[in-house]
Design a protein around this ligand. Structure first.
Ligand SMILES: Nc1ncnc2c1ncn2[C@@H]1O[C@H](COP(=O)(O)OP(=O)(O)OP(=O)(O)O)[C@@H](O)[C@H]1O
Length: 595
């Protein structure tokens, strides 16, 4: 991809953001103000040296002092006001870009999320807006100011003594080359450091999130060893990156304060001795040159930093440029599901997670999907809800190809209840209302009853208004599942997919909910990814998956004792799962301890 320059990047990052240009003009005005009042002291200094000191004209000392005081006053006003404007501008930009990113992220299709590893939207917006803000302040505002200031100083230097100026400009390319060289080395070290730190932070994050499991499994020492391993790898690279950055600082200090000054003293001295210049001119020149060279260094650093930062900046631009709503909204009327020759491979995997899957589920039917762990059951659920897009094949609901319509069209038709439901740190009521904003209390209570969670809610002090903590942490796994099933009942979609959504329930609760599901199923199409095979006996059809392929699709009666994979699943579960092994499925019952 072609690298974008600053202007192109600026346009891309400020597109459709109103009110930025006006603030930029106001800021530009006060920046020029500060620049002018930053230059005047140099002229006053020149006046002081040449007219007052060299010409021994003490009468002109007081105008110089008054001039200095006036400039100080105006410069302070300029700096204060431009600071206020730049803070306002940056804040305004930060809010607008966050808003734009939020709108973009919430309207993107599901498959974009996995493609761009968007993950946690909140932290993604934070880091993207930081990248954009940083570009705006350092690579636009500071850079432009630095360039304008350096050009103004270069012109003044040339006007002052063009011969010394031209000779001293030799340090400009040297500075650019050196900063470029050290910057390149530092960038490489920082790149390595970033990779190692990302791994370390991921490790730390998962450790903190799962600290209970770490403690329960007595893994503290092993985790500490791993932490030390991360440190050992990070340490040398960190030292290397620090070394280059300190070399840069030392180089800058040395050239600015020693080499360039020595050079100008020497060359200037020769000019003065030979009568081409005067001591006063030289002193003023050195003072101007110090500022000029400082700016040149800032510009070289900014060029390098822009190169380093552009990888992240372009990622943000790419996200902002992503086409939203490419697929149109279309009302899906029918409820039949028709799947033809579905193929899907996860990014980075060599083998298919699913291949050659074809099946149909008619309106009102209940399909169970069974198979060993990793056989592809959840992948089918993700494909049917449009969360991922297949590399081959087609899924039609009500005759409409679901990958040609937007996610809104699909979510009106299909709801999914998953093993680990998404619950928010809000009240039970608010979590339920996410499914249907205008649901009445009577509706909420009815659905909670059907999901066997209402008795529990009744025991809580604040009933439906109880806050359930982050990710529903104040609830048990089974309670979280029942709440999410209640949410699906409230949503009342025509197609409901249950992806191991009763796995954390005890048999009694599971049976209650299954009974509810059955009563609910009239006219609805249901797909259950079964956790316990005892729950699928009444399903109209059973799909048996093995290593991503569909090995059978029939009724339970037809599969039992006839399909090897299905039989094996049955046997394994009822022996390992604490059930008595039976000849006839009607006899399946949990093994009661002590019986
Ligand atoms: N996000 C992912 N990235 C890469 N590979 C994945 C991803 N999700 C699943 N897979 C792989 O795809 C295959 C099918 O996974 P899937 O989750 O559909 O299986 P499953 O039958 O639902 O398993 P389980 O019963 O354990 O939940 C597995 O081999 C799995 O490793």
């Amino acid at each position: 991809m072609k690298r974008m320059n600053r202007l192109e990047t600026f346009k891309a990052l400020t597109r459709d953001i109103d009110g930025i240009n006006k603030s930029l003009i106001a800021l530009g005005f006060f920046k020029v103000w500060s620049l002018i009042f930053g230059l005047i002291p140099l002229f006053l200094y020149s006046f002081l040296v040449n007219r007052v000191l060299v010409d021994k004209n003490m009468n002109e000392l007081s105008p110089v002092i008054i001039g200095y005081l006036a400039v100080f006053l105006f410069a302070t006003i300029g700096i204060t006001v431009s600071k206020r404007f730049s803070n306002r501008l940056i804040l305004k930009y930060d809010l607008r870009i966050k808003n734009k990113l939020l709108k973009k992220y919430t309207s993107l299709d599901h498959d974009v999320y996995s493609k761009y590893s968007i993950g946690d939207v909140k932290s993604r917006i934070e880091s993207d807006s930081t990248v954009a803000d940083n570009f705006f302040t350092t690579h636009i505002l500071d850079f432009i100011y630095g360039v304008v200031y350096a050009v103004a100083l270069a012109v003044i230097l040339l006007c002052y003594d063009w011969r010394i100026a031209l000779l001293s400009f030799i340090f400009v390319p040297i500075s650019f080359l050196t900063v470029n060289f050290l910057g390149g080395k530092s960038k490489k070290a920082k790149g390595e450091l970033w990779k190692l730190q990302t791994k370390y932070e991921t490790f730390l994050h998962s450790n903190i999130q799962n600290w209970k499991d770490v403690k329960i499994n007595n893994l503290e020492d092993a985790q500490l060893d791993e932490l030390n391993g991360h440190y050992k790898k990070i340490r040398p690279i960190w030292f290397r990156s620090q070394l280059y950055s300190h070399l840069g600082i030392t180089y800058s200090f040395f050239t600015k304060n020693f080499i360039t000054q020595l050079f100008i003293y020497f060359i200037g001295g020769l000019f003065v001795i030979n009568g081409y210049s005067q001591v006063g001119v030289l002193l003023v020149f050195i003072s101007f040159y110090g500022q000029f060279f400082g700016n040149i260094e800032n510009i070289s650093n900014s060029l390098i930093n822009f190169k380093n930062d552009s990888v992240n900046i372009e990622k943000v631009v790419e996200i902002l440029n992503l086409e939203v709503g490419k697929r149109p909204y279309k009302k899906i009327d029918g409820t039949d599901i028709n799947v033809e020759n579905l193929k899907f491979t996860y990014e980075g995997n060599d083998s298919f997670a699913l291949e050659g899957i074809s099946f149909s589920v008619s309106k009102g039917e209940h399909l169970a999907i069974v198979g060993k762990s990793g056989s592809g059951k959840s992948t089918i659920a993700k494909l049917l809800t449009g969360k991922i897009k297949p590399q081959g094949g087609i899924v039609r609901i009500g005759g409409i190809d679901i990958y040609t319509v937007n996610s809104e069209s699909l979510s009106e038709k299909v709801s999914i209840v998953v093993q680990e439901p998404v619950l928010f740190n809000m009240t039970i009521r608010e979590n339920l209302l996410l499914a249907k904003a205008d649901a009445t209390d009577a509706e909420l209570i009815e659905c909670c009853r059907r999901a066997s969670i209402y008795d529990f809610i009744e025991t809580l002090q604040n009933k439906l208004d109880t806050i359930i903590g982050e990710k529903g942490v104040k609830l048990s796994g089974g309670q979280r599942q029942r709440l999410s099933i209640a949410r699906a009942f409230i949503q009342d979609r025509d197609i409901i997919i249950f992806d191991e959504s009763t796995s954390a329930l005890d048999n009694e609760n599971e049976n209650d909910i299954i009974t509810e599901l059955k009563s609910l199923s009239s006219g609805k199409t249901m797909i259950s990814i079964a956790h316990r095979l005892s729950t699928i006996l009444d399903c109209d059809k059973v799909m048996v998956l093995k290593d991503g392929a569909m090995v059978a699709f029939d009724t339970h009666e037809n599969l039992r004792n006839r399909n090897e994979t299905y039989d094996l699943l049955f046997q394994n579960q009822y022996v390992a799962g604490g059930y008595v092994v039976v000849k006839n499925t009607e006899d399946i019952k949990p093994l009661v301890v002590g019986s």
